[in-house]
Design a protein around this ligand. Structure first.
Ligand code: SAM
Length: 248
């Protein structure tokens, strides 16, 4: 998932990319952000895309910095949310070796650490930490590997969406998929995407110097995984992980 991918998808972002804000029916993410919001503080939205979280954060923080690797996404966000005068947009690649030093009281990063590349993810985590002041707050949302495997297991056992007719990969593709899955990388819409285990997230954030306060499921309808989910399929629903953490 490179810059070119996100630039290409920008014009059709609304139809192509899963909307976490809309699908978080209980508003758990917004509530987590509200728990540390202050009109005296600043926040950075890392991987803001077309700015869906701007209307949530701009009214409750003094200053908002919205960053993304895609300049097209940033342009769309800036045009759509021009009424919020306290938002500043900047193109930053969170996987670049070096980025400009800047500090905020809080950060959100919602389904943006998705790259299959471990070196790029390492840089992403390092820069995310560097954006926060001491005791700064973080709300991080990432795809769950447990949830993804759970969906696969259900699909195979009950042949959901004719899973039994899926053609298994062969040759190089099979080898790369095997390497990927060992590292928690599995496809979303044919794009290799990093998925995280709860324990992995906890460890990664602790090693970055965070105190992890809460790890919660953000649950979605089964229709987000399957075209024809069996009627009996209820709980547990598919989920992303949301982490609420504070830098020590
Ligand atoms: C799935 S979208 C999520 C957007 C938004 N946070 C939301 O919840 O609606 C992921 C975003 O992360 C951005 N992104 C991916 N890799 C990035 C990187 N290395 N640096 C900055 N932004 C990145 C993409 O351009 C894309 O806009």
């Amino acid at each position: 998932m490179e810059k070119s991918y996100w630039e290409k998808i920008a014009p059709s972002y609304e139809t192509e990319i899963f909307d976490v804000l809309k699908n978080d029916k209980n508003g758990k993410i917004a509530k987590a952000i509200q728990s540390f919001a202050s009109k005296e503080n600043s926040i950075i939205d890392i991987g803001c895309a077309v700015g869906k979280w701007i209307p949530v954060i701009a009214p409750i923080f003094k200053n908002v910095k919205a960053i993304d690797i895609s300049s097209k996404n940033l342009k769309i966000a800036a045009a759509k949310y021009s009424s919020y005068k306290n938002v500043q947009y900047e193109r930053i690649d969170m996987s670049a070796k070096k980025i400009k030093n800047q500090k905020y009281d809080a950060a959100i990063c919602i389904n943006a650490i998705l790259t299959e590349s471990l070196p790029k993810r390492n840089l992403f985590f390092k820069h995310m930490t560097s954006f926060l002041k001491k005791e700064g707050h973080l709300v991080l949302v990432v795809p769950s590997l447990e949830s993804k495997l759970f969906s696969h297991i259900i699909a195979n056992k009950w042949n959901v969406d004719d899973a039994k007719n899926d053609v298994p990969p062969t040759g190089k593709r099979a080898i790369s998929q095997m390497q990927f899955i060992k590292n928690g990388v599995t496809d979303i819409d044919d794009v290799p995407t990093k998925h995280f285990l709860k324990e992995e997230l906890e460890l990664l954030l602790q090693l970055e110097g965070f105190k992890v306060q809460k790890i919660e499921k953000i649950e979605y309808d089964w229709s987000t995984e399957f075209h024809k989910a069996p009627k009996w399929l209820k709980d547990p629903k598919p989920w992303d992980w949301m982490v609420k953490a504070q830098l020590k």
